[in-house]
Design a binder for this molecule. Structure first.
Ligand SMILES: [Mg+2]
Length: 425
């Protein structure tokens, strides 16, 4: 990883590379491996008004290690200066320029299509109007002003009258942009309607769908990369469906932190489009190399094949460990087919010439991380997890096992998660 030969982030080739990431053991901490962290905020740096425990210290140490920080938020209702002020008060020094919002990304999308001074109908907050002005566009509020575009972002006091004006303009052919389509917003009273729910008002009324600037679409991360000049960004977030999927789509590596919305079960069940490169309990994960995950260094007769766990940094050892006992079970002890020391592939070839009576776990895939071992049986069944140590290592082993085959159902992962005893399981 030191000599980076990977394609630039944002390209299709980079997307392929990211989903097939196989990082070597002994790698440096992510803070030393990447040039810029594109950090989500809520659930990552803070939760409501409070900093997430350990986040402030971890970010200070990551900066010390050379990582630059950009704060990238789908929230279009707060200005970059307001966000920077909140971060600074929490102890994370930030300037307005370090904050990239979906309002800014939406404004850039429109400014790239229409000349300066073009009228844009804003169904959103003051911060969205400011973002448009900064890019030379002219915010308006009524369809009679013949806007070239309609941009919709969250505003807690949005009115029916304004939504109706936006609907008229969209129906008349204005370019329709949504800052983001998060269906809900986290609040102390639980999830409440987010911009995605409000966007559906106009979608339903007009039959037209918006271009979306925010995560998981790529314009917001692209704006952050352009702003920072990042060449090796690491996307850090707490949501698989926005932060991590956005990273995968853009071809960037990513880290899921388990301090916000997505849970350990969500991570285990993640489809390939939402699998992070790193799993971390919190932002402290920026400072430690992720331990190797894979079928390594075992005296067991594991018959796992090459680790095929797109997303997570998985290190695969030899397909089969040394020793003659290639397939466990009594049927293996006779016959000439077992060749000590030779790489043996999983599946029927292992028992060629032998009575095909493998034990129940003969074809299980085994993944180890730290002191944990996750076994995925060949036949559909629950993943088994044994061992001890840091729970995040157990979750890494569990994800590697879960991601190595067909999509799991929750009932096949939940027993192992109970064994793990992770917070929020
Ligand atoms: Mg978040």
């Amino acid at each position: 990883m030191g000599n980076d030969t990977r394609p630039p982030a944002g390209t299709a080739a980079a997307a392929d590379a990211a989903t097939a990431a196989l990082l070597e053991p002994g790698q440096r901490p992510p803070a030393a491996e990447y040039d810029v962290a594109l950090l989500d905020l809520d659930g990552v740096v803070y939760s409501g008004p409070e900093a997430i425990p350990g986040a402030v210290q971890a970010l200070a140490a990551a900066r010390e290690a050379g990582l630059r920080l950009a704060f990238v938020t789908n929230n279009a209702s707060r200005s970059p200066s307001a966000v920077a002020l909140q971060l600074t008060r929490l102890g994370v020094a930030a300037r307005s320029a370090d904050v990239v919002t979906s309002a800014q990304a939406a404004a850039t999308l429109i400014a790239n299509r229409f000349p300066a001074g073009s009228p844009v109908l804003v169904a959103g907050a003051i911060a969205l109007r400011l973002a448009l002005r900064e890019r030379g566009l002219r915010p308006v509020s009524v369809a009679a002003d013949r806007p070239v575009a309609v941009v919709q972002g969250y505003a807690p006091d949005i009115s029916y009258g304004l939504l109706a004006e936006a609907g008229v303009a969209v129906r008349d052919g204005a370019f329709f942009v949504a800052t983001n389509t998060d269906s809900t917003l986290p609040t102390p009273r639980g999830p409440q309607p987010g911009n995605g729910s409000l966007v559906q008002v106009i979608v339903t009324a007009t039959g037209r769908r918006p271009v979306v600037a925010g995560k998981p679409e790529t314009p917001l991360h692209a704006e952050a990369m352009a702003r920072t000049g990042a060449t090796r960004p690491l996307v850090v977030g707490d949501r698989l469906d926005t932060d991590i999927e956005g990273a995968v789509r853009g071809g960037a590596d990513s880290m899921l932190v388990l301090t916000g919305v997505s849970t350990p079960l969500d991570a285990v069940l993640a489809p390939p489009s939402r699998r992070p490169t790193y799993l971390a309990a919190g932002l402290g994960g920026l400072l430690e190399p992720q331990p190797a995950v894979g079928p390594r260094g075992s005296g067991h007769a594991a018959t796992s094949g090459p680790a095929t766990t797109p997303g997570l940094a998985v290190t695969s050892g030899p397909a089969v460990t040394s020793g003659p006992a290639v397939t466990p079970g009594p049927a293996v002890t006779s016959g000439p087919a077992v060749t000590s020391g030779q790489a043996v592939t999983p599946g029927p070839a292992v028992t060629s010439g032998l009575a095909p009576k493998p034990g129940p776990s003969a074809a299980a895939s085994v993944f180890r991380c730290g002191g944990w071992e996750a076994r995925r049986p060949a036949a559909p069944g629950p993943i088994e997890l044994d061992g001890g140590g840091a729970w995040i290592d157990g979750l890494r082993a569990l994800c590697a096992a879960a991601w190595s085959g067909e999509q799991l159902t929750p009932d096949l992962a939940e027993p192992a998660l109970k064994t793990l005893g992770a917070p929020a399981c």
